[in-house]
Design a protein around this ligand. Sequence first.
Ligand SMILES: Cc1ncc(COP(=O)(O)O)c(C=O)c1O
Length: 450
Amino acid sequence: MTELPTDLRDDDVIRSLASAQATTWVRRTPAEAALPDLADVMDSAAARFDRFAPWFAETFPETATVPVELASAFPEARGGLIESPLVRAASAQERLDALFGTELSGQLWLKRDDSLPVSGSIKARGGFHEVLEFAEAVAADHGLDAHDPATYSSPQFREIAADHRIVVGSTGNLGLSIGILSARLGFAASVHMSADAREWKKTMLRDHGVDVIEHAGDFVEAVEAGRASAEAAANTHFVDDEDSMSLFAGYSVAALRIRRQFDAAGVTIDEQNPLTVYLPCGIGGGPGGVTFGLKRVFGAAVRCVFVEPSQAPAMFLGVRTGRHSDISVQDIGLSGATAADGLAVARPSRFIGPTIGPLISGFAAVPDEVIRAGVGVLHETEGIDVEPSATAGLTIPWRMGDAAAESPAGVHLVWLTGGAMVPEGERAAYVEEGRGLVERIGDTSAIFVD
Ligand SMILES: Cc1ncc(COP(=O)(O)O)c(C=O)c1O
């Protein structure tokens, strides 16, 4: 086992993380940091999605009408809405109560970003936003009406777009969202994929006409290669998952939408009925953007917990040590490898930890077996099939248990982050494997509260 750096050896939390066991750290009274002064990024991203709604409705027929599950929360929407349902999960709650042998106070809900239209993962929120922002900038630069959705279907725009390239490094899902949308707008696109990326994601992108560059190394390497290739290139925009404000803004819009979804469901979120949200975390951008938005919308009534695989707890380690992107999971002897391919990140975002870290109420690391078993539980209880990364947060309400008991009841919202794009054969294999592991989902974990 790798020796821990001397100054980290006395920290029981880091020792537990380094042993790769399930570890939960609850910050009972997180330093109540002021929200970073980024207020209008969320509103302007929401406005951008509204402007593009007619284009989405026309370009992706599956979004042309608003699904019934979303209609009551968004009565004014006319199609082209990129949003996912919010659902109660009483059966999963009952099953997990039985598996953990303890009853959860409050209600388990699920946010179904696994079924987000067009590219089926939370990364679409940020990825789409950055591509749309770039499209508007290109249109404006060429004297076209950037705020008219018809611009983006025009031959003039498509001709200009063909001369521009969008580049990104990805473990898979960000690449899918950026590649699919870029191609539909007429941009050239290059996606640098880490070794963890699933084969079917690469094939799907190539089928959309996207250049896929495969790397034998991890996510950090793929991002580096993408950045380097874009640096000197003309008319090229690099989407930097390690440090992007535009991605962040896109993710944050989920919070404005979710307030309306709770209202439509007749659920009031306030200090008497607080909301705890469990977010799978890779580089930290998705959960970071959502956390910023939720804090702005619900204030002290919401707590956000980031959840990572126990071999890749990059954000947990970065925030706990205060070293953020200056430390990697390999520095404490972990591999960074995980079955949760979307979360296979060894070093966290440069931007999220320092900016959003103080707003995060807890961190958890769970072994791959728990993540994979989650696929089985959701299949058996709710009939929902997701990719493994999506289930990372599923058991954390039970793992936090009494340690979370500042305000025990309320709503526990597990964010399901990906799944709709998974091909049938892979989906069936995830489900079968998960069902075989269900009984082990409640394995013990170390919990620290401070
Ligand atoms: C399914 C899924 N969930 C969660 C995440 C985590 O998002 P982030 O890397 O922005 O923390 C990813 C990232 O690719 C993902 O693919």
